[in-house]
Design a protein around this ligand. Structure first.
Ligand code: KG4
Ligand code: ZN
Length: 359
């Protein structure tokens, strides 16, 4: 590493930066006190008129918001510039024009401060989100762990053997779960982002009112990329089913009809997630089960996962809702955990990687 890091620094403070998509975030996590600040600027209002994330707007917003967020994160943490032990930034996967803003800012700061910079994987940071917070177990106590990663860009089942050792068991073959909710909300006229909009619209609705498809047939066989098809997801048929349902049932666009269709659509997404997770829990021996990513904020899903974990006799790890959607505490937390375990990469060997695989 180019910057100087004293390995036994007692008050190790990591400044984390996250700009992989449409949230600009900075946070400070310390060895002694855990998450000391977690600043997030959500760009939702800026993208709302377009019904989804516009990359050019996202990168411009990152440029505008990041300096203030970094200062606020340090101030709220009570850490001065010379108290920053190391920096961490998301290097991929994500939108390349968004990643570049965070990485360039982090590189410049690391150089100026003479401190090391760690580039972290966005999905690995989401996995680490369940280890933030005072009540969280250590990685070692929770592993091996099965994680259901559900966000706007990713839907996957991942077995975590230990920090840095992951096995992809299944993933979506088309849309991510959050994307399916976002697209469904658009069809229902509920706006962006769709996950929270559908959750609100579904309140008081009947999730059994209509039965939407639950994705792939449960038959065996390998998916195109060699993964077990029974642990993979597909949401494109679900979206089409909603389109046809709304064409034939215009009354479902408002009132009780809308509540029922929103609850039923959401239920189909969550049942598809839960059934694959249930199978993976049966087939892979693990000590605990976690759900991470923006969709893990959803109360109905959290409820269904609680029942699943209890039935399977596994400890369930769910992050605080603030740590489910994109944030920099998970970035800094992961970097600290990697540093403590001697897993930090050399800072000179990487660049932003929009399609970075999880090692
Ligand atoms: O993890 P995240 O912030 O960004 C990505 O890495 O993609 O996840 C964003 C996704 C969006 O698709 C959004 O609709 C979904 O998380 N989401 C929710 C909820 N809050 C955010 N989905 C269901 N219920 C929610 N309450
Ligand atoms: Zn994310």
């Amino acid at each position: 590493m180019s910057g100087r890091l004293l390995p036994n620094e007692a008050a190790m403070n990591i400044l984390g930066i996250e700009t992989s998509c449409d949230e600009t975030a900075a946070a400070v996590v310390s060895r002694a006190d855990g998450v000391r600040s977690n600043e997030v600027y959500s760009q939702i209002a800026r993208h709302q008129p377009y019904g989804g994330v516009v990359p050019e707007i996202a990168s411009r917003c990152h440029v505008e918001a990041l300096p203030g967020l970094v200062r606020a994160a340090l101030e709220k943490a009570g850490v001065r510039w010379d108290g920053v032990s190391a920096l961490a930034v998301t290097r991929g996967p994500g939108l390349v024009s968004s990643l570049l803003i965070g990485v360039t800012a982090a590189r410049a700061l690391a150089l100026r401060l003479g401190r090391p910079l760690l580039g972290v994987h966005h999905v690995e940071a989401h996995l680490y989100s369940v280890f933030l917070g005072a009540d969280a177990p250590t990685v070692e106590a929770a592993c091996p762990l099965l994680a259901l990663m559900v966000s706007g860009g990713h839907t996957a089942l991942i077995r975590m053997e230990r920090l840095g050792a992951y096995q992809l068991l299944g993933q979506t073959l088309d849309d991510a779960a959050g994307e399916a909710l976002d697209k469904g909300a658009k069809l229902l006229g509920l706006g962006y982002p769709g996950g929270p909009a559908i959750e609100r619209a579904a309140a008081g609705g009947d999730p059994e009112a209509m039965r939407f498809p639950r994705g792939l047939e449960q038959s065996g066989g390998a998916a195109a990329d060699g993964l077990d098809r029974r642990l993979c997801f597909s949401f494109s048929g679900l979206k089409t089913a909603l389109l046809y349902y709304l064409r034939d049932h215009p009354e479902a666009r408002a009132g009780a009809g809308l509540r029922d269709v929103a609850a039923s659509y959401q239920e189909a997404v969550f049942d598809a997630l839960v059934s694959r997770a249930e199978r993976a829990l049966r087939e892979y021996p693990v000590a605990s089960f976690a759900c991470v990513g923006g969709v893990a904020r959803n109360a109905r899903l959290r409820d269904k996962l609680t029942r699943l974990a209890a039935g399977a006799g596994k400890r369930l790890l769910l992050a605080h809702p603030d740590f489910c959607t994109d944030n920099a505490a998970m970035v800094a937390g992961l970097a600290l955990a990697r540093l403590e375990r001697g897993l930090a990469d050399s800072t000179e060997q990487w660049d932003v990687t929009p399609t970075l695989p999880l090692a």
